[in-house]
Ligand binder design. Structure first.
Ligand SMILES: C[S@@+](CC[C@H](N)C(=O)[O-])C[C@H]1O[C@@H](n2cnc3c(N)ncnc32)[C@H](O)[C@@H]1O
Length: 365
């Protein structure tokens, strides 16, 4: 991935990105960070890039023309107009879903303002996204740009080593992470929680989930309100099973898989709340005589969002259409139906996991 930073102070970017993990990623060619000095594109023989604001008032405004020329230079070099972000306190506040979405870009332009900001007209012509890094005002966009480069790069394959990479960042689930401990076992008479020493992975995961929820409730109740528990239920041949497990793992650290191929589970009744998300993975086998009624009868929702992953070609298929109707009657809100999910050409589980998260965020706005 390549970042193109348009700025009056390239050294502010270069000094930061050439160190630590991001510096290593640049050296290893996983990412590229090019800086473009807007001053080099001044339309003025004194290389001035700012002027007094029309209408009066304090401060200076960056002129449109140098920004426009710098932008054109980058677009010409690339032969395309990539997504162009203006860092501004008036933008959408950056979050982990946005970061993951930007990480899908091959090229990303980051435009840094200074002084009072930039002439509105060039922003209207060139900018695709307005992003803020928080509700406070900085002196320039450069620190915002390096924050974005750092957070986005973590999603670029190869940037994090296996040890550094955790597939799940706490915020992906709208939960803060559980507390961490390392040696020694006792420090200042404080002992590491017993459960972490027991070696039982299931117990540890469930303790970590509880701690995450507790911590989020105490520190970020706004996030907790947005978080939901994901259930990946599936009936089908091996490929469906494999997809369901992979996708459920991809979308949430605490996602729970429900294997409805197992008779015992098919006999149980399940109630979901509006704080859950049901992911339903199905192929034709789901509609075989002894399987069919399961989901539509044993599952009850309460305005529970549901996303269906169907191996067949179309959601018009009689079987699936009937099932969707039953689910809606039983309290589920169908957010989306993905078809042909076993075709890797059509269904990329990483990309679609991000899409599902975006759908959930939109619903909550
Ligand atoms: C002093 S600020 C200008 C603020 C502008 N007058 C306003 O009130 O919206 C100068 C530059 O810093 C950057 N900046 C300031 N706060 C920011 C934030 N929270 N997120 C991202 N960029 C920010 C922007 O690029 C902006 O053009």
């Amino acid at each position: 991935m390549r970042f193109h930073v348009l700025t009056l102070f390239p050294e502010m970017i270069e000094n930061v990105v050439n160190t630590s993990i991001i510096g290593r990623a640049i050296k290893q060619d996983h990412i590229e960070v090019d800086t473009v000095n807007i001053r080099d594109y001044s339309a003025n023989k004194h290389m001035r890039v700012d002027d007094y604001p029309y209408g009066g008032g304090a401060g200076m405004v960056m002129e449109a023309e140098p920004v426009y020329r710098a932008m054109q230079k980058v677009n010409e070099k690339l032969g395309s107009k990539p997504r162009t972000v203006y860092l501004t306190p008036q933008g959408k506040v950056l979050n982990q879903t946005m970061v993951e979405e930007f990480a899908q870009c091959e090229d990303l332009i980051l435009l840094c303002g200074h002084y009072e900001g930039i002439d509105e007209r060039v922003l209207e012509e060139t900018v695709t996204d307005y992003v803020s890094i928080g509700d406070y005002v900085l002196t320039g966009g450069e620190l915002g740009a390096v924050v974005m480069i750092d957070a986005i790069s973590r999603f670029v394959p190869g940037v994090l080593s296996n040890e550094e990479s955790s597939q799940f960042e706490s915020l992906q689930d709208n939960l803060l992470e559980y507390p961490h401990y390392t040696r020694p076992e006792v420090w200042h008479e404080k002992k590491v929680p017993e459960v972490l020493l027991c070696g039982d992975h299931k117990k540890i995961e469930s303790w970590r989930y509880e701690q995450s929820v507790k911590r989020t409730r105490e520190r970020r109740p706004d996030l907790l309100a947005k978080s939901c528990r994901m259930y990946g239920a599936y009936i089908g041949e091996e490929q469906v099973t494999e997809l369901a497990n992979r996708f459920t793992d991809e979308i949430s650290r605490y996602g729970e898989s429900m294997d409805l191929n197992r008779k015992k589970l098919r006999k149980q009744r399940f109630e979901f709340s509006k704080k859950d998300l049901l992911l339903l993975f199905l192929d034709k086998k789901a509609f075989a005589a002894d399987m069919d009624p399961v989901i539509g009868h044993n599952f009850t929702g309460k305005h529970t969002p549901c996303v269906v992953f169907w191996a067949g070609k179309s959601s018009e298929d009689e079987n699936i259409a009937g099932l969707l109707e039953r689910l809606e009657r039983r309290g589920f809100l169908i957010l989306h139906i993905f078809c042909e999910v076993l075709d890797p050409e059509r269904f990329d589980s990483r990309r679609e996991a991000l899409r599902v998260r975006q759908m959930l965020e939109k619903r909550k706005m």
